[in-house]
Design a protein around this ligand. Sequence first.
Ligand SMILES: Nc1ncnc2c1ncn2[C@@H]1O[C@H](COP(=O)(O)OP(=O)(O)O)[C@@H](O)[C@H]1O
Ligand SMILES: Cc1cn([C@H]2C[C@H](O)[C@@H](COP(=O)(O)OP(=O)(O)O)O2)c(=O)[nH]c1=O
Length: 218
Amino acid sequence: MHIKSHLPGFLVTLDGPSGAGKTTCSHLLRDLLTDRGLPAARTTQPSDSPIGALARSGTHQFHGLALTCLVAADRYHHIATVIEPHLQAGHVVVCDRYVLTAYVLDRIDGASEEYITGLYQHARPADLAIVLMDDPEQCMARAQQRGLYSRFHHEDLAAAQREHELFLQSAEHLRAGGATVLIHRVGQDDAPAVAAALAEHVTAAIAARPVHFSHPPR
Ligand SMILES: Nc1ncnc2c1ncn2[C@@H]1O[C@H](COP(=O)(O)OP(=O)(O)O)[C@@H](O)[C@H]1O
Ligand SMILES: Cc1cn([C@H]2C[C@H](O)[C@@H](COP(=O)(O)OP(=O)(O)O)O2)c(=O)[nH]c1=O
């Protein structure tokens, strides 16, 4: 009987407040993983599908459960058409925002935690969920410098602080449910230093995962 060592793909997600550096660091992280010989792909939610484009540009037009469900439709489509195929091919997928963000933004928009948990009960959990955090003031300043285009991008500190607290709460909530969640604080590090630290965490988590064996059909 043949027993084939099967290395499944690995899903790393990056969530956190706007301006924390997710987009910048997710590109750098993908490059660092590739340099280490790991086939890695970087992607984002909302995705670049027509549903994702509608959600990303439509936060002023769509509110409450309409936006929550639009983002969920994009997320399930993206999982099925982008994330799963990469994982099946054995790639490391670095996803800029994932389900953890839903626990923050959808709650700000009125959905309950139970509703969000039900909505995503069929979404593949991340193998490593990273939450990138920095002081709310710092995140707000960087997001403002880059440009504000979403209803969830803040110009007032109280809203940024609320978002910050919700990310920490959501990280604890997912962790309590059994997810592997890492909170990484940016501090004084520049983006390449943050990405290098994240690459260490990701490679360690990949090395520590159990190896699965698949039995081909007889
Ligand atoms: N560690 C960092 N130190 C300083 N500036 C950063 C850092 N990470 C990202 N930036 C800058 O902050 C801005 C927002 O970063 P971005 O990656 O778009 O954040 P996010 O995707 O979390 O909203 C960009 O102009 C980016 O160049
Ligand atoms: C991932 C996600 C995004 N969105 C909306 C709000 C985000 O500000 C918008 C665009 O996301 P994104 O471009 O990642 O913004 P940011 O610069 O804040 O990281 O999409 C949701 O409403 N729910 C979600 O779960």
